[in-house]
Design a protein around this ligand. Structure first.
Ligand SMILES: [Zn+2]
Ligand SMILES: [Zn+2]
Length: 498
């Protein structure tokens, strides 16, 4: 007899290239990820789902037919910690639902009364969130698979060969001591968390329930309940034909990690093929509590997705500096990164929401939140103040005024509203300023709060006309100030000589 080894060499994949190689000769591939929809978590747990989705995308792009299954452990019992998170610490809901803790989440009512069950409420929320991030998995509710009898043959195997499985685990994974292989669902009180299998006899399972102080004897085929998570995982791989699933490092620890225990059980007792399932290792995401849910609000979906999937096996910590630096590298428009967008373009867009496309409105919503959270400054348009004009040479102010007047003329009377039409013409006008061009552009940037980033020709096209007229008027007032002894007639025009 060969001794089964529990310490194989590296089996996990860490890059999308390895995935493509592994499945090169396969037409269809099933990717899976697991969730417990007892509440909607924060951004950290998105990594597993998004990495799974990226694996599916990469395979699809290479021509494979791919199913991406999101498997909800909906027969898991609710615990009080999950309940508190699920209802946002609402004291009334906690009080109302704590008596349900210990029952399967698929058999508890929806705290918000809009779905069939507690599980379905959070399943739909998770799917909606993933959809926004570009992932569209097929949801599999394990409670429904159990209900429909799909697990029954495997449950029967576990009950019939209970002691053999325990002995096998002790020998193969000495570091892993399961408390229970199976959690019966008490037929009297319907709780799952207080039951314990006490024995099997004549095709019946015997168990006790602490919740209602009863003992039960139920034929194997009529027993309700769920397998220990590692065994459950082994069953779903076989049942759903899962080929690849992402796991964090701890699951891939060879001596007691869930992946290896489940795989050994699946092959030895449930008939999984030698090839079986391939694990894909994803790195951990660390995050201070203060950023929880702030990334979802503040980052464009593609940026959040890319943070999670671009280097899938690398651990990273979410901090303000890291987010801001990432924002400075994420392109949202040609030649425009997200950070510059938030600092410079967003305030202009806020003034003219009626002109924005759905995508731009989405970007504005994220940008407003990003500015508040990560830049500590609300997004707003800069209005010139008197001190920004005082002390400046009149010829520079006149040059700025002329540039604004020319911009308004080009964009309104002449209808030059695209970059291709507008930018060459306004650049010609800047040249006409000659030696004053530098000081004029500097003063203009200060006046409209665009000291850095976007080129002048670009923001002159983006700033709302009404706003430019206001700035133009303020300049005019200041140029007419008695001490400056200027009149409107002396303002130059910058029309390019035809
Ligand atoms: Zn609901
Ligand atoms: Zn009971």
């Amino acid at each position: 007899m060969f001794q089964q080894t529990a310490t194989p060499s590296r089996v996990e994949m860490t890059s999308y290239g390895e995935v493509l190689d592994r499945f090169a000769d396969r037409h269809t591939v099933t990717v899976a990820a697991g969730a417990t929809c007892a509440y909607l978590g924060d951004e950290r747990n998105l990594r597993e789902f998004l990495v799974a989705d990226e694996i599916a995308r990469v395979l699809r792009r290479a021509g494979h037919i791919v199913s991406f299954l999101l498997i909800d452990d909906s027969l898991d019992p609710l615990n009080i910690r999950q309940l508190r998170v699920a209802v946002n610490k609402d004291p009334e809901l906690i009080e109302k639902f704590s008596p349900w803790c210990g029952k399967p989440i698929s058999q508890i009512p929806d705290p918000y009364n809009c779905h069939e069950s507690f599980a379905e409420h959070f399943e739909e929320q998770l799917l909606a969130r993933l959809n926004r991030l570009g992932a569209n998995p097929t949801l599999v509710s394990t409670a429904k698979l159990y209900e429909r009898g799909r697990y029954a043959p495997f449950v029967r195997t576990v009950l019939e060969r209970h002691d053999e499985i325990v002995a096998y685990l002790e020998q193969t994974f000495p570091a892993y001591r399961p408390d229970k292989l199976f959690w019966p669902l008490c037929p009297r009180c319907r709780f799952l968390d207080g039951t314990r299998l006490t024995g099997t006899r004549n095709g019946c399972a015997q168990f006790s329930c602490d919740r209602c102080n009863s003992t039960e004897e139920v034929p194997f085929d009529e027993v309700e309940g769920k397998l220990n998570w590692k065994l459950d995982c082994a069953v779903r791989w076989v049942l759903l034909g899962v080929d690849i699933e992402p796991f964090g490092k701890s699951y891939l620890e060879p001596t007691a990690g869930s992946f290896f225990v489940a795989k050994a059980i699946a092959q030895r007792f449930f008939g999984m093929s030698k090839q079986g399932v391939t694990p894909f290792q994803y790195g951990a995401v660390g995050m201070e509590r203060q950023w929880s849910m702030k990334l979802i609000d503040g980052l464009p979906s593609e940026m959040l997705r890319s943070m999670m999937v671009s280097r899938p096996a690398t651990d990273f910590n979410i901090s303000r500096d890291q987010i801001v630096s990432q924002a400075s590298r994420h392109q949202v428009e040609p030649d425009l990164n997200y950070l510059d967008f938030v600092r410079q373009v967003l305030p202009m867009w806020l003034l003219t929401p009626e002109n924005l496309s759905a995508r731009q409105r989405d970007l504005v919503a994220h940008g407003v939140s990003f500015s508040d959270t990560f830049l500590n400054s609300p997004a707003r348009l800069h209005l010139p103040t008197r001190t920004e004009v005082e002390g400046e040479k009149p010829e520079v102010l006149r040059g700025v005024h002329a540039l604004l007047a020319r911009t308004i003329e080009l964009r309104t009377e002449e209808g030059k509203t695209t970059r291709e039409e507008f930018e060459p013409l306004i650049k010609d006008s800047m040249k006409v300023l000659g030696a004053l061009k530098g000081p004029c552009l500097h003063r203009l940037r200060t006046l409209v709060g665009q000291q850095q980033g976007l080129p002048v020709a670009r923001f002159l096209l983006s700033l709302p006309i009404g706003y430019l007229r206001t700035v133009e008027f303020l300049l005019e007032l200041s140029l007419r100030h008695p001490h400056q002894s200027l009149s409107q007639g002396e303002l130059p025009t910058l029309k390019k000589a035809a």
